[in-house]
Design a protein around this ligand. Structure first.
Ligand code: AHM
Ligand code: MG
Length: 335
């Protein structure tokens, strides 16, 4: 690829290189990218356009919605519903699935997204992001039901995230590696800046919300204790720790310089298998991380093989540098 390759040029060239014929997926990705550009602008304006703070409502998970949670959901729907590439959508911010309105043509894909991940950070001006996952709508289905979305992560045809940080980035996989594009605000295009991202297999950096330490299960506690023990401990090396509380920012750091991210199952609320949502957080991030040579697991099974049971199902997430994830999985096996 040449310098200055735009997202659209990249998608056209990738399709040509792979001998593909489907123009709907590239077009859908472009629509999603438009939503991310709009969001990047609104987020950057913040208090100037009155979008910070609470919306005064709750989502299906009982979380208080920020104004930007609601707005970002609307922006994504508006950008993606018209093209004729989708049969339905589902999002963190909507209780039920969103059917494509009758006035628009229906397409062959399903879109699931978290419009504004890490939104607890929005009022303090720390990076947030958008996460999305694209599935194929089952053959012959034009009005999908929830059951049609219940496909394991291994069925994803595309996954990506936008990161609204010092730069706005779009990171994408269609199952042929991971590529990162930076938004050039001057020309309004995402431009390929980090092709073929690879996660180093080893790391000396971990990310976990340590305030939950008293609720962790034994294998996670053992792993973190060993990291913290540093040079004098069994790992014989010093480790660094980071926690942004914005999964998109954590995954991007891991894609850039390696590391392990954990939001494990814990005993805080035994009715929940974890905090993060399988369909629009864990699965897309898992697809991206594995495509970049990393690994992802709940501690007990590969995330993308977890059988889905609901749109908003929660799951434990351990992902990042391969050797470290495998170590945590081994600790789970040892009990
Ligand atoms: P959200 O989708 O409601 O923003 O929640 C997901 C976020 C992740 O980005 C992040 O890893 C995690 O929640 C942080 O949780 P905590 O505040 O418990 O540290
Ligand atoms: Mg989220």
């Amino acid at each position: 690829m040449q310098n200055g390759t735009t997202l659209n040029q990249f998608l056209i060239e990738e399709r040509r290189r792979l001998g593909g014929t489907d123009s709907d997926l590239p077009a859908l990705i472009n629509d999603i990218a438009v939503a991310c550009k709009r969001l990047s602008y609104v987020i950057s304006q913040g208090a100037l356009v009155g979008v910070l703070g609470s919306a005064g409502s709750e989502n299906v998970q009982g979380e208080t919605q920020k104004k930007l949670d609601v707005l970002s959901n609307d922006i994504m729907i508006e950008a993606a519903q018209r093209g004729g590439y989708l049969a339905g959508m589902a999002s963190e911010e909507m209780d039920d699935l969103y059917p494509i309105p009758a006035e628009y043509p229906k397409g062959k894909y399903l879109l699931m997204f978290d419009p504004l991940d890490g939104s607890s950070n929005i009022d303090v001006n720390i990076s947030v992001g958008t996460i999305f996952s694209v599935l194929r709508c089952p053959e012959g289905v034009t009005n999908p039901a929830v059951a049609d979305f219940m496909q394991p992560g291994t069925q994803q045809v595309c996954a990506g995230y936008a990161l609204y940080g010092p730069s706005t980035l779009l990171v994408l996989t269609t199952g042929h590696g991971v590529n990162c594009f930076t938004l050039d605000h001057n020309v309004g295009e995402f431009v390929l800046t980090q092709p073929n991202m690879r996660i180093p297999e080893d790391t000396r950096e971990f990310a976990i919300n340590a305030s939950n330490a008293r609720f962790w299960e034994k294998p996670v506690k053992r792993y973190v204790d060993e990291c913290v023990a540093g040079k004098e401990g069994p790992r014989k090396e010093n480790f660094n720790m980071r926690w942004v509380a914005s999964m998109v920012a954590e995954v991007h750091r891991i894609l850039t310089r390696g590391g392990i991210f954990m939001y494990p199952r814990d005993t805080k609320d035994p009715s929940k298998a974890g905090k993060l949502r399988l369909m629009y957080e864990a699965n897309p991030m898992s697809f991206i991380v594995e495509q970049a040579g990393g690994a992802s697991s709940t501690g007990r099974e590969r995330i993308q093989e977890v059988p889905p049971t609901g749109l908003h199902q929660r799951v434990a997430v351990i992902l990042g540098s391969k050797n470290e994830v495998e170590r945590v999985v081994a600790y789970h096996k040892e009990g």
